[in-house]
Design a protein around this ligand. Structure first.
Ligand code: AMP
Length: 400
């Protein structure tokens, strides 16, 4: 994969950067978590230092190809100005055409401009290659070089991620480089034992990862809403818990394959069950395979927490994707918190720990843990999941 260092002298060059600024906003358009903006800074700072004229392409939310000010990147431009106090960060309401061109031509070396949400143009995410390519040609008129740094979108074949890299000399930015390096460290020749913790709501989202990691991991720990389909496949009774009955055969296959490959597959033995899907619901601890009919499992139980914690204590590489329970409800967050604490301890003892983004990353922030307590926290939940599935990601392939 080519990187910024392969792009030659950048002084005075117009460099288009694709960043991932898909940050959460509250109803007053205040950014509630600027983690993704901060993650983009190393690339921007490197380009500023080299005296490039920086033009940023990014998206926010899903405006469905329409101009919708609710999804404007203007709040991000304001935050960037604060985070880069010595750099002038301009903003342009248009993404392509004469207006951005005019503003770009006025940039001094080391200055930058953020262009409006690329997803205001429906061609950005079009399945039609010609439409996307036509839009990418418009982007290419704005700059001379392309730096791809939005890891959260590299699994998407989109105009500002994939097509543009075919039109300009291109390389990966610091964030993509770091993400790929961390994920490769975890799955290519990892320090062993390698444990993978998979949780979250849907087993169907994680089947590809399980299939690939059964060839790589020593231990796979299943938790969260997806674990109940495993319990069902093993003949358990799971009450009203989340379940995907159409996946039972798949799950049975994976359980068999794990046995054949001598991968230790650990599923919960107890669960914290609730009468209602609500934070203040009455709850009780029950065996994971004997949940009363009128209850649903919303977190792993204390015995399972202990098994998970003891298992992770001996691992040298740990990958975690998906919460162990409904961590958004304080009463059902303990299992997820215990896993986070186990990763923190493991790292302190020399293990390499990776959080695959998405809800697990949101959970550790909710608990107040710091980024440095983990070896790597991915900025791209979907992208890291596809990477772990062993898929080729278009936004990375195009840089090689
Ligand atoms: P995913 O996007 O598949 O990683 O799922 C994340 C979501 O799974 C979070 O919003 C959790 O609240 C939810 N979740 C985790 N465990 C459970 C559970 N036992 N029952 C219902 N939802 C769950």
């Amino acid at each position: 994969m080519k990187t910024i260092s392969d792009l030659g002298e950048l002084l005075g060059k117009k460099v288009l950067v694709r960043s991932d600024f898909n940050v959460p906003l509250d109803k007053n358009k205040n950014i509630t978590d600027d983690g993704r903006i901060k993650a983009a800074l190393p690339t921007l700072e490197k380009l500023i230092k080299q005296g490039a004229k920086i033009i940023i392409l990014a998206h926010l939310g899903r405006p469905n190809g329409q101009i919708d000010t609710n999804f404007s990147l203007k709040p991000v431009a304001l935050r960037l100005n604060k985070l880069l106090p010595n750099t002038k960060v301009n903003f342009c309401q248009n993404t392509i055409g004469d207006k951005p061109l005019k503003q770009i031509n006025q940039l001094n070396n080391g200055e930058m401009i953020l262009l409006e949400n690329v997803r205001f143009d429906k061609r950005e995410t079009s399945k039609d290659d010609n439409q996307r390519f036509a839009l990418a040609k418009e982007y290419a008129k704005l700059g001379q070089i392309f730096v791809s740094d939005g890891f959260g979108v590299v699994h998407r074949k989109q105009a500002s991620v994939y097509d543009i890299a075919k039109l300009l000399p291109s390389g990966a930015g610091e964030l993509i480089f770091k993400e790929v390096e961390a994920l490769n460290t975890a799955i290519q020749n990892p320090n062993r034992p390698l444990a993978v913790i998979l949780g979250g709501a849907k087993v169907s989202d994680k089947l590809g990862v399980i299939a690939n990691l059964l060839n790589i991991a020593n231990k796979i720990l299943i938790c969260g809403g997806m674990s109940y389909t495993f319990t069902l496949a093993q003949g358990g009774k799971i009450g009203k818990s989340l379940q995907e009955t159409d996946q039972i055969d798949n799950v049975k296959n994976y359980i068999n394959t794990a046995q054949q490959k001598q991968v230790e597959l650990i599923t919960p033995i107890d669960t914290i069950a609730a009468y209602e899907f609500a934070s203040n619901s009455n709850k009780k601890i029950v065996p994971a395979d004997n949940i009363p009919d009128d209850m649903e499992g919303l977190d792993i139980g204390p015995k399972t927490q202990k098994i998970f914690t003891n298992t992770l204590a001996n691992c040298k590489t740990i990958i975690w994707n998906g919460p162990a329970g409904v961590f958004e409800f304080d009463n059902f967050a303990q299992g997820t918190k215990a896993i986070a604490e186990a990763l923190i301890k493991a790292k302190a003892n020399g293990a390499f720990t990776v959080i695959g983004g998405g809800d697990s990353a949101a959970a550790i922030r909710k608990f107040g843990f710091e980024d440095w307590q983990f070896s790597h926290i991915s900025t791209g939940g979907g992208a890291s999941l596809e990477f772990l599935e062993g898929k080729k990601l278009p936004g990375l392939e195009v840089l090689s």
